[in-house]
Write a protein that binds this ligand. Structure first.
Ligand code: FEO
Length: 394
């Protein structure tokens, strides 16, 4: 087992590594997950967050490498969600006199509702002295549940940021600069797109607070600790939380007899011909959580479905439902609905309605193609895409 790791004097990573978890609420976690917990061996022995319940043994073993877990004086529960609080009952049994802190209201109520444990409320801006260090709590509601808060340690200049700035990325190396940085940023983006995106406004507010702190490290509860690339991840969060998009198109589709696929290919080529970077994403081949990571910064989003039993394909419907939950407001983005049909153009029309509900700008009407698109039909799509782009640039 990987030993506890001292990330800063008297501050230890004691979390769990879930190498083989491949799904978090349906979001594919191809690189596994970590549940980071941190132990501070100050005058008051302090544990920040715990782990998902099956990792309680790992957590306790790692704490035991540093101190007797029964000596824990303080537990900070930054977040109620069970990937961070699931082992709290075990810690509570081992160290029954430890004082547990959670955010006033949602945090306290959530811990009580999940585990029947009474905890001490803290408000945003409150501090707790644990000896040499003073911890400051800042609530970050909806990043990613109403109860969330982050904890800042003044001596270490470490922000224990819980879900914010996380990545689903299992590794034996704890720091950004010890890992494949491209992969770390890729997973940070996928994490943002699939977990934090709906709460961009709240995350942006939290980011403003984070920028006021003197930081040596941002230690999230998932993935690597940021120590060498803090400005980069803050700038990325700045872009993501302000919904910035690039001149980039994502063409998402499913197809039955290749008619919608032919249209998708033509649309993708049309974007490329106009000098816009484009991704062609067949829902059968790419998981919707990976599509969301591409969508996150795409200005143009084209979605295609044929018609099956008077509906769009269930795969496309599933993607659109997932997308609308994560990204309900897309006024800054340009959408296009397209697809084929045999006798009633219902599939593409439903796609259009879904994009409209998700508040996309839709400067051109739905493109519905009966049966198989001819060369001429496909060529017309070039004009449709040009019209979209012109509308976006107008
Ligand atoms: Fe990693 Fe909202 O839990």
């Amino acid at each position: 087992m990987l030993n506890a790791i001292e990330i800063s004097p008297k501050v230890w990573w004691v979390g769990g590594i879930d190498w083989n978890e491949r799904s978090f609420h349906g979001y594919t976690t191809e690189r596994g997950i970590t549940y980071n917990a941190y132990l501070i061996t100050d005058e008051k022995i302090t544990l920040i967050d715990t782990c998902k319940a099956p990792f309680a043994d790992e957590l306790v073993q790692r704490i035991s490498q540093v101190i007797d877990p029964a000596k824990i004086d303080v537990v900070i529960a930054n977040h109620v969600e069970m990937d961070h609080s699931g082992s709290l009952p075990v810690i509570h049994r081992i160290a029954p006199n430890a004082q547990i802190y959670a955010s006033a209201g949602a945090g306290v109520n959530g811990i009580k509702a999940h585990f029947g444990i009474d905890v001490t409320p803290v408000k945003s801006g409150e501090t707790l002295n644990i000896g040499e260090r003073t911890l400051t709590f800042v609530t970050t509601p909806m990043v990613h549940w109403p109860d969330n808060m982050v904890t800042y340690s003044d001596v270490d200049k470490i922000l224990f940021s819980n879900d914010a700035f996380g990545q689903h990325f299992a590794s034996t190396k704890r720091f950004d600069d010890e890992n494949d940085l491209c992969e770390v940023f890729k997973q940070a983006k996928k994490y943002y797109a699939n977990i934090v995106w709906p709460y961009g406004m709240q995350a942006h507010k939290a980011l403003d607070t984070v920028r006021t702190l003197d930081l040596n490290m941002i230690a999230p509860s998932h993935g690597c600790i940021w120590r060498s690339h803090i400005p980069e991840i803050l700038d990325l969060y700045e872009a993501w939380t302000t919904y910035q998009t690039e001149e980039k198109a994502v063409v998402v589709f499913d197809s039955m007899w290749h008619s919608t696929e032919s249209m998708a290919r033509e649309i993708c080529d049309a974007f490329i011909a106009e000098g816009i970077s484009a991704r062609l994403m067949d829902i059968k081949a790419t998981h919707i959580s990976d599509i969301m990571a591409e969508l996150c910064d795409a200005r143009y989003v084209a979605v295609g479905s044929p018609t099956l039993n008077s509906n769009m394909l269930p795969t496309v419907s599933s993607f659109l439902t997932y997308m609308r939950g994560l990204s309900p407001k897309n006024e800054q983005r340009i959408g296009l609905a397209f697809g084929s049909y045999g006798w009633a153009p219902l599939g593409p029309k439903q796609v259009y309605a879904e994009l409209e509900n998700a508040k996309f700008q839709l400067p051109v009407p739905v493109v519905a193609q009966q049966w198989i698109p001819s060369e001429e039909n496909l060529a017309e799509l070039q004009g449709t895409v040009r019209a979209m782009i012109e509308a976006a640039r107008a």
